[in-house]
Design a protein around this ligand. Sequence first.
Ligand SMILES: NC(=O)c1ccc[n+]([C@@H]2O[C@H](COP(=O)([O-])OP(=O)(O)OC[C@H]3O[C@@H](n4cnc5c(N)ncnc54)[C@H](OP(=O)(O)O)[C@@H]3O)[C@@H](O)[C@H]2O)c1
Length: 359
Amino acid sequence: MTARIPVGVLGASGYIGQHFVRLLADHPTFDLQLLTSGDKSVGRRLADVWQLAEAPPADFASTVLAPTRAAAVARTGIRLAFGGLPSGVAGPIESDLARRGVAVFSNAADHRLDPGVPLLIPEVNPGHLALLDRRPRGRAPIVTNANCSTTGLVLGLAPVLGLLRPRAVHVSTYQALSGAGYPGVPSLSITDNVVPFIGDEEEKLAIETERIFGRFRAGRVVPTTLPVMAHCARVGVREGHLEAVTVDATARPGRGDLERAWRAFDPLAGLGLPTAPHPPVELRAERDRPQPLRDRWAGSSGRSRGMAAVVGRLRWEPPFLRFFLLSHNAVRGGAGGSVLNAELAFARGYLDALGGRRA
Ligand SMILES: NC(=O)c1ccc[n+]([C@@H]2O[C@H](COP(=O)([O-])OP(=O)(O)OC[C@H]3O[C@@H](n4cnc5c(N)ncnc54)[C@H](OP(=O)(O)O)[C@@H]3O)[C@@H](O)[C@H]2O)c1
């Protein structure tokens, strides 16, 4: 029997936190032992704050939410915390936990651009995990995932980036309400409406994409140069961010080469990571896909449902490649992305000091 790593979820009453609980309830590597929240939900049972359509996992429905204080969290004995705290709140707590030897896999923006913290998408930049080799002795790893719209964009672009050698990428997003957490955007502001502004989102798409596609060299990540010009809008969809992408290419591959590159892309094949979808990007030929309602749960099996990005409506008129892509903001772009990051870190031996045992 393989020993599992004792873990907790910070912000378990939130939208990302609930997806974490759903994904970790019976995880083969991680043993969920602690759920925390902010003052609003502390002391309540998970079932009383649950908002997802499916019921909370039976083993955790009655778990009482604990306060999110680093010293108390570390004292519980968990060795790894999955972070679903708001940006701003998360940063100091996550740093404090890492100093106390608790690894953090976070969704918040605070540490994404720290020089020693991997901003990780396992299929795209697994080599950035090596940033962890240089952390101070005794400090546990902090690993972050990208902003939810960045994750979809980067996954969709990765298979064809080398073929197209873009000079720029233009993207317009149609982002789901749950991207703003719960309760999110007031219903009267979004019903019969589209809101053409999401704070900091366009900037994050630009900066994070260049960092993720950056090269790991001499112990640091050197961002690539790839201008991403984004328009971000909030639409009245519950889950799943749709993005209209235009790549301004300098190379002229055939359309068949592009389609083959997307279909062949599966860099995590054979690693046995439980939450990895195979393939991580699904290519659809229909003229009206992807759609949030029909494609948000793309992914290969139960545990990786919602982890695949879906690309469709290819139009290749050199130098411009246009396509739509969809990814589940709270799963691939949120909790599931963090769980997959932790699975890769575990497989690469970065969590050996935390008590888990690799088979
Ligand atoms: N939603 C998405 O699709 C998405 C995708 C990628 C990344 N993210 C990022 O993931 C994080 C969580 O987002 P979310 O959408 O899940 O937000 P959310 O639904 O608002 O949940 C926030 C969670 O943090 C807790 N919290 C709030 N203030 C706190 C404080 N001062 N101290 C301790 N805990 C506090 C809340 O507890 P209470 O119930 O007590 O308030 C709740 O559990 C954010 O950093 C967000 O940017 C979100």
